[in-house]
Ligand binder design. Sequence first.
Ligand code: NAD
Length: 485
Amino acid sequence: MNLSVYNDIRNFIGGSFQPTRSGNYIDNINPATGELTGKVPDSNEKDVAEAVAAAQKAFPQWAATPVEKRFRLLNHIAGLIDEHLDELAVAETTDNGKPLWLSKKMDIPRAAANFRFFATGIMHFASESHNTEDKFINYTLRQPIGIVGCISPWNLPLYLFTWKIAPALAAGNCVIAKPSEVTPLTAYLLSHICKEAGLPDGVLNIIHGAGNIAGEAIVKHPAIRAISFTGSTRAGERIASLAAPKFKKLSLELGGKNPSVIFSDCDWEKMMQTTIQSSFRNQGEICLCSSRILIEESIYEKFKKEFTERTKQLKVGDPMEESSQQGAIVSKVHFDKIIRCIDTARQEGGKILCGGNPVKLAARCANGHFIEPTVVEGLGPDCQTNQEEIFGPVVTLQPFKTEEEALHLANATRYGLAATIWTQDVSKANRVAIKVESGIVWVNCWLLRDLRTPFGGVKNSGIGREGGWEALRFFTEAKNVCIQI
Ligand code: NAD
């Protein structure tokens, strides 16, 4: 299979590759070079309606397909993703600006792992039965919902796209999926992979386009009965307002403003190395990145000095080069937003300890969008910089005196996605983990993922959980059957 089809992105509807009915296209720009790499269909409700018709045609047979056959197909897709690791990684980096080594090490292998995990998961998925005093017995069927919508963001493009699609398909649903219009390439390549794997026509349909047009058309379509969305809290609010009156099942994985709580008894070197990663990995464009670093007062000055020195050493460079630790910011729009946030931090009285400026690279990357990893101190918990998600290579430092104060600061935002705690005291780690308002807590580590665990946020970071049985439960309807004995 030749995946060198970057310039001609098409929708994948009913097993065929189609131009959009709208006739409109969005420019696809490589953020590391500023070059136009291709055109993205700016699809509308007509494309979505065609995709839904194809999915409706495919659904009865797909829902009735034995799980072992679904397993084989999805496992085959995983294998093909592995086989095409190099092309997919180049596509991901071209679209997103992240270092190529990261696409190869994290994004693409995880996309294959998602398919493999849910391919095998559906073979083990079981439902409950309840025996009532030998008088009657209830058993619960877990049936596919029908047609479901999966909408994903640009920061981990294929990784998050497949994290939704794989469980939805494994559970027997037909899917209308939309990747971010900013990073469409790997989703488009996935449609070729699914064709090659022999996934029946109409089971997976991939629509490209803008959130407010194609995305909303998916959310509004009456035949799409569930929406799994990952993206900003702002878009999540809008989607919830459209879907709730239609009683659609909703899973919303939204923004974060994650605290990293560092106590003086931590394993210093491990904490330092990991906190550099949790702050700046993927240019800070991971929803799980720590953006507010809370440090026990007795080690604040030591932490500040060493963390700032190590941050300054991070190499921002051409994402195609192995030595680049930071690549490009995903788009000009997002670059401008991050620069505005750094200006706001200055206006609020924050002191920029390092970074704070765009990086100008030469040659191929002269027109790319790069920003220095930035560390800010001197801001209180209520200012905009510590309240609003920046989603870039910018972190703030705040000192705390007691465990109570650390918890107060950690919980002082409307978000609650992921928290990281650094201490060697198991009891303290447990106390803080219990009280921190967060869907995910890492103790003395960050971003270790077991795909069986529940994944998601509290407060404005979303509703619902992905991963493991949670995902298979989301993508099925429970039906109870009661039989008198
Ligand atoms: P975004 O909300 O702008 O877009 C996400 C997706 O939703 C895109 O495909 C977009 O086209 C679509 N969309 C936008 N508006 C829509 C609407 N009204 N109706 C339907 N679809 C719509 O987010 P982004 O800028 O692509 O991604 C960054 C955000 O995603 C950050 O806030 C980040 O924290 C969040 N995120 C969260 C998680 C998580 O697991 N909680 C993971 C990754 C990213």
